[in-house]
Design a binder for this molecule. Sequence first.
Ligand code: RFL
Ligand code: PHB
Length: 403
Amino acid sequence: METLKTQVAIIGAGPSGLLLGQLLAKQGIETVILERVSGEYVLSRIRAGILEQGFVDLVREAGVSERMDREGEVHDGFEIAVNGERTHIDLKTLTGGKTVLCYGQTEITRDLMEARENAGLPTWYETSDVVLHDVKTDQPWVTFTHNEVAYRLNCDFIAGCDGFHGVSRKTIPESERTEHERVYPFGWLGLLSDTPPVSEELIYCNSERGFALASRRSSTRSRYYLQVPLTDDVEDWTDDKFWEELKRRLPADAAEQLVTGPSLEKSIAPLRSFVCEPMQYGNLFLVGDAAHIVPPTGAKGLNLAASDVAALYQILSRVYRNGDRDCIAQYSAIALRRVWHGERFSWWMSNMLHNFGDARINDMDAATFSRFMASELDYYLNHEDGLKVIANQYVGLPYESLK
Ligand code: RFL
Ligand code: PHB
């Protein structure tokens, strides 16, 4: 077995792992990233589109913001439509000047990959059999296989950035972690197309036929989503069927302007709220989707990954700068406080905007639950205080600093 050495072993080359690697490199901290699939495959996954200011600032600090600053669209607001009636959420006014950036996760990931490659930093794609060892000790190590050769990677710390299905979380013994989960009785079918988006701003649509979201990637590329039953398969949805259903769920004036075209990508994602506590075990830290999942309704998944990265980056910088190991224990509590706020917001938005069919929710029948949610929406969308609550959480709560 060949032996390698680094300071921080990062498992997973998604946005969490790549962003952490780039930030640590700025502090002169060595990293090796191990990724299960190819770089091309990582870039074929179409996911989030809305970045909070905290995320944007981190990407700038990592020195990888050149294309994001040029091509990302600043969004001052978005809309929520309830049965066709549109309410504008003026983020900038309601939050005292804050906005979000519309720039796809795929593009951020591509920029981070290129920066890492240009800096000559090691990423091992298409690795298999990744196993974490001795994570409770000061000398953890990772074994993996690449091109049929077995390797051992010695390190000081391991960052588990390997997503919901990764190995890192499962390395923590079951007796040492608690998992909180809510699975929703529907998924989101997403469609990407090179068509001009139906609106300058995102429109979150609550309709009797189910939820829909009109999002975008640029003035020529659209991203739309439909709430679909979990039993549906992507193959059940031709492009024509998707466009027809979207028109029925959008406000009538938007539907009239909708430009349709062939899909570049279509996929279904199940909706889930999930948190693993704690987010650290010895010298292993869980980051991003490895520790928590939110339903996409609040656009928080990627943004919570970024606040985890920010907390771990501060800790590891301090450890390597002045040998202060006491701060290590703060990671989980700092990360989880913000994670739970994001979880609560995403759960609440999902409850208000989807159609739960005839599923029982919170121990009540769906019709009763939907009345509560309709009243909740009515209140929040028609009072300045309510709009501020939505706006302040949509732009993202502040990051917490180390003590
Ligand atoms: P990722 O992006 O899942 O990356 C984890 C990486 O780890 C690799 N990996 C392994 N590597 C080595 N060894 C192993 N054993 C490994 N197991 C896994 C994987 O191949 C992968 O490359 O997690 P990360 O970096 O924490 O980033 C989080 C974000 O990707 C995620 O929060 C968001 O994309 C969530 N999400 C969405 N968020 C939004 O805000 N808006 C969206 O529209 C949105 N759409 C989505 C989503 C997540 C989805 N998944 C995961 C089901 C759509 C989907 C389909
Ligand atoms: C997206 O553009 O993919 C997107 C935007 C906002 C969300 C979810 C997904 O809440």
